[in-house]
Design a protein around this ligand. Structure first.
Ligand SMILES: O=P(O)(O)O[C@@H]1[C@@H](OP(=O)(O)O)[C@H](OP(=O)(O)O)[C@H](O)[C@H](OP(=O)(O)O)[C@H]1OP(=O)(O)O
Ligand SMILES: Nc1ncnc2c1ncn2[C@@H]1O[C@H](COP(=O)(O)OP(=O)(O)O)[C@@H](O)[C@H]1O
Ligand SMILES: [Mg+2]
Ligand SMILES: [Mg+2]
Length: 359
């Protein structure tokens, strides 16, 4: 009997499609029984398919409605992930709330989020009371994190003079010196991978006092142009090679906790190590369906994940339990933990020793 294929429809913006849907991924998935099929976003989703699974990164009410309609028409299809769960990441306050709810103990290391306040209007921006407990320098981030260029525009603010240029609603977050290196933790279902990237450099005591403009604007610092990031000298200068990785088990526990709390399968989070302590980690950002193609071996990780879904669906089918309509792939189903084809249970953190950036 011919092997049953598993069809995954993907609905992505053109830029995302270009970076994510590479032949190396499509080919590997195909060799393992998974067909990746483009969803035509100009046509109704419900009229396309059949798909066993849909993965997506699109915004707006129309798309939400289309997913609902598709779910009703295809009750056995798996949708990765639910728009409601994704929306939680579109606000920089609700995004990090889940971190504060995590209960994870570790012998030597602790984690949390930086001190932050949300400012909705100019008046509150200059109200000293609202600032209680928060000290300069701070990073001003747009409250909304909806993937627009605007939502990535940030400013490092050194003193009160720098506040004039800010446009609420914003989040003001304590700037924490962290050695200029950020850890990006990619989560793909049960699979977790941590890599190092360039971040904002530390701010010295002199800079804190002497900044003339009071404000420094920037955007997507960890996502600089190719040539800047592939330059050997640049890495040496940034001491990325020398930077110690966070403990694997610690990061994996946080990743699992976030996956469960957020009810999401495809996301990454940015972590910095507080230079004041050395064993305190701060989560500063969580992104839905990030640039996985920059993760080394992304084809294998993603294909393993697709196979996890396929196997889970087949198992559920065999047990005749049925899948809930409009199902979000369960995040806490440890009993069903699937062993991937290379014998690795996929749950361990793969820490890259080398800086793995590849664009
Ligand atoms: O474009 P890429 O591949 O750099 O991916 C972006 C991510 O970069 P990263 O994987 O962390 O290096 C990026 O992460 P950062 O903002 O750099 O932390 C976002 O996830 C971005 O999505 P959005 O604009 O927030 O919707 C991601 O952009 P989209 O591709 O989803 O538009
Ligand atoms: N609290 C912070 N302390 C120090 N640096 C930070 C802090 N928050 C953000 N950064 C720096 O700013 C960059 C962008 O901030 P982030 O919240 O990740 O926004 P984006 O969603 O645009 O990636 C981070 O990658 C990091 O380099
Ligand atoms: Mg970020
Ligand atoms: Mg982000």
């Amino acid at each position: 009997m011919a092997e049953r294929r598993f069809g995954i429809g993907y609905a992505l913006a053109p830029k995302k499609q270009q970076s994510f849907i590479q032949e190396s991924l499509v080919g590997l998935a195909r060799s393992r029984g998974i067909d990746l099929v483009r969803i035509d976003t100009e046509r109704s989703l419900a009229d396309q398919g059949p798909f066993d699974c849909v993965m997506h990164k699109l915004y707006g009410n129309d798309w939400k409605r289309q997913l609902e309609e598709f779910g009703v028409k295809n009750p056995n299809a798996v949708i990765i992930d639910s728009p409601e769960a994704i929306e939680r990441l579109h606000n920089r306050i609700s995004m990090l709330q889940v971190v504060s709810e995590l209960k994870i103990e570790h012998e030597t290391d602790t984690f949390g989020i930086p001190k932050q306040i949300v400012i909705y209007d100019k008046e509150t921006l200059f109200d000293r009371q609202a600032w209680e407990g928060l000290k300069f320098p701070v990073i001003a981030k747009p409250l909304v994190a909806d993937g627009s260029a605007k939502s990535h525009k940030m400013a490092l603010v050194f003193n009160h003079d720098g506040l004039d240029n800010l446009k609420p609603p914003i989040v003001l977050q304590e700037f924490v010196n962290h050695g200029g290196v950020i850890f990006k933790v990619y989560v793909v279902g049960e699979h977790v991978k941590c890599v190092k990237r360039k971040s904002l450099p530390d701010v010295s005591e002199e800079e804190k006092l002497g900044s003339l403009d009071g404000l420094l604007s920037f955007s997507q610092i960890s996502n600089l142009a190719n040539n800047e990031r592939t330059d050997d000298k640049y890495y040496k200068m940034m001491q990325l090679d020398d930077t110690e990785m966070p403990p694997q088990s610690f990061i994996t526990d946080i990743a699992r906790g976030l996956r469960q709390g957020l009810k999401l399968n495809l996301f990454n989070f940015d972590v910095i190590r507080d230079a004041r302590f050395g064993n305190r980690y701060l989560i500063i950002d969580i992104n839905y369906f990030p640039g996985y193609a920059k993760m080394p071996g992304y084809e294998t990780v993603l294909t393993d994940f697709f196979c996890d879904i396929k196997q889970k669906k087949e198992k559920d089918g065999a047990e005749n339990t049925g899948l809930d309509s409009y199902e979000v792939l369960s995040c806490d189903d440890e009993v069903r933990k699937i062993v991937s084809s290379d014998g690795d249970d996929g749950g361990d953190l793969n820490v890259e020793e080398e800086n793995p950036i590849q664009v």
